[in-house]
Design a protein around this ligand. Structure first.
Ligand code: FMN
Length: 188
């Protein structure tokens, strides 16, 4: 489950546009193009693209509510947060909504490497399963890297950020922990 604020909806929650599932790149070409980007444009992600990225990461892909990634015993313990200049948002896959957790810009917590300066969207994966949460995050970030490769976008998985401060601003409940982050945007 998500942070303390998740149950009390903030006024600025965002209903995302439907994810765009029309990309025609093949899986093989996405695998051929998958790589880490360290040259980002300062162009922000629009909500339509963000919606697709989040669906790719952890969206509902079947009528029974199951997701684009497998989770141990289908517990869906993973959470995906979006950090951007407008604040922190929790992705609610069932309602395709971003639930606002904070109105403050905390992107500086991820900008410990120069190439991160232009980045304005960082995903943070959190989870509670002691053994498997790391695997769930890995499945989600790989989905996003493949989508980025197939869509001329830039992405990089990043372990180098202020973990403790990120956990603090997320106000994670007991048992939830920060696993990894991923910058997503457009290539320079
Ligand atoms: C769990 C994980 C953490 C990573 N952390 C960082 C990081 O903090 N900074 C960075 O520049 N790259 C980071 N990377 C990216 C790796 O350096 C990159 O995947 C590796 O050099 C291979 O390059 P490629 O992804 O283009 O194949 C991370 C990758 C993974 C999987």
């Amino acid at each position: 489950m998500a942070g303390l604020f998740a149950t009390s909806a903030m006024a600025a929650d965002i209903k995302l546009p439907e994810p765009d599932k029309t990309n025609t790149a093949t899986l093989i070409s996405a695998l051929e193009n998958r790589h880490s980007d360290r040259e980002f444009s300062d162009k922000a992600l629009d909500n339509a693209t963000l919606s697709t990225v989040l669906w790719v990461a952890y969206g509902v892909n079947r009528a029974d509510g199951k997701r684009t990634i497998p989770t141990a015993m289908d517990k869906k313990d993973l959470n995906v947060y979006v950090f951007n200049p407008e604040g922190i948002w929790l992705y609610d896959a069932d309602s395709n909504t971003l639930k606002q957790q904070s109105t403050e810009n905390h992107l500086a917590l991820f900008k410990l490497q120069d190439y991160m300066q232009p980045v304005s969207t960082v995903l943070v994966y959190t989870g509670s399963n002691e053994e498997y949460a790391v695997m769930h995050a890995g499945s989600a970030y790989q989905n996003v890297q493949l989508y980025a490769a197939a869509n001329n976008m830039a992405s990089i998985v990043r372990g180098f950020f202020e973990h403790e401060k990120v956990a603090e601003v997320l106000n994670l409940p007991e048992g939830q922990r920060v696993i990894i982050s991923q910058a997503v945007g457009w290539r320079k």
